[in-house]
Write a protein that binds this ligand. Structure first.
Ligand SMILES: Nc1ncnc2c1ncn2[C@@H]1O[C@H](COP(=O)(O)OP(=O)(O)O)[C@@H](O)[C@H]1O
Ligand SMILES: [Mg+2]
Length: 261
């Protein structure tokens, strides 16, 4: 305790439905502490829902989510607030605060959870901005004044500021060009590997999924169909994983096209 390094995450039998849409049926997965894990799966398979359940933005219907000794699914509001101070998260839609300047968005955790002064927080935010390729001249702009790709980078910088023990990134490189994609993925790796940080990333970039993270987990049909070390992926002998990670048009995952009448 107190070292700031993260414990393992153990998900067991998680279920989450929206009326008659059973999104997560029984999700069980171990996410090892201090390592990076990428979650892949077709669109609408529930990747974002799973991340939102994990950080307490959505409530699961049943199942268990353990963060070390902490049972996340039954926490009080105070416990959630404490837990959320330990994690950094990027949402798929960035979810920046429209009324705050770029630097204030990035420095939000520092000011509101760590009691850092505004001037120090601004300095640290500007350093973070540089690391994702955003110049200081953007610090005082508002999110609406930035392109989608720039907003995404602000979201990554905001999630990583203060070096949280658990970093959860929903599609951190969506909409970025290949050079920026590599820059951002390298930054995440450099700032987290060997530092005890647990990283959980969702991506649709299968090249990144095959090469960038320690572990891979594949979500489909409400379950984790495969999980394991990246090095074991090529030999995995799992048709779902094989189709997804190699972006094959044919296999057990059928595209849900509109009814053909
Ligand atoms: N707040 C919500 N209310 C109702 N349905 C939702 C909600 N959020 C997500 N869903 C549904 O859950 C399914 C999984 O969505 P999502 O987790 O966003 O998929 P993805 O794997 O692409 O991230 C989709 O069918 C989506 O329509
Ligand atoms: Mg999503």
């Amino acid at each position: 305790m107190g070292s700031g390094s993260a414990p393992d995450i153990r998900l067991d039998g998680l279920a989450k439905s929206f009326t008659d849409n059973e999104v997560l049926r029984s999700v069980s997965l171990n996410i090892p502490a201090g390592q990076s894990t990428v979650l892949i799966g077709p669109s609408a398979s529930g990747k974002s829902v799973l991340l939102k359940c994990l950080v307490g933005l959505m409530q699961v219907d049943s199942g268990s989510m353990r963060y070390g000794d902490l049972e996340l699914s039954g926490m009080s509001t105070d416990e959630w607030s404490d837990f959320q101070g330990r994690i950094g998260m990027l949402f798929q839609q960035n979810a920046l605060f429209d009324s705050l300047r770029i630097w204030e968005n990035i420095a939000f955790r520092l000011i509101n959870h760590e009691g850092v002064s505004r001037s120090e927080a601004r300095d640290r935010a500007v350093k973070r901005m540089a690391s994702v390729g955003l110049g200081e001249e953007m610090a005082d702009l508002y999110p609406v004044e930035l392109s989608g790709g720039m907003q995404k980078r602000v979201g990554v910088a905001r999630a990583m500021v203060g070096n949280p023990e658990l970093l959860i990134l929903d599609d951190p490189t969506a909409g970025l060009d290949p050079i920026l994609t590599n820059t951002i993925l390298s930054l995440i790796e450099r700032e987290t590997s060997g530092k005890g940080t647990t990283v959980l990333v969702v991506t649709g970039d299968m090249k990144a999924a095959r090469s960038r993270f320690d572990n891979v987990a594949m979500l489909f049909d409400g379950e984790i169909k495969w999980s394991g070390k990246r090095d074991d992926v090529p030999e995995a002998d799992n048709l779902y994983l094989d189709q997804m990670i190699n972006s094959r048009a044919t296999g057990p995952i059928k595209m849900r096209l509109a009814a053909r009448g």
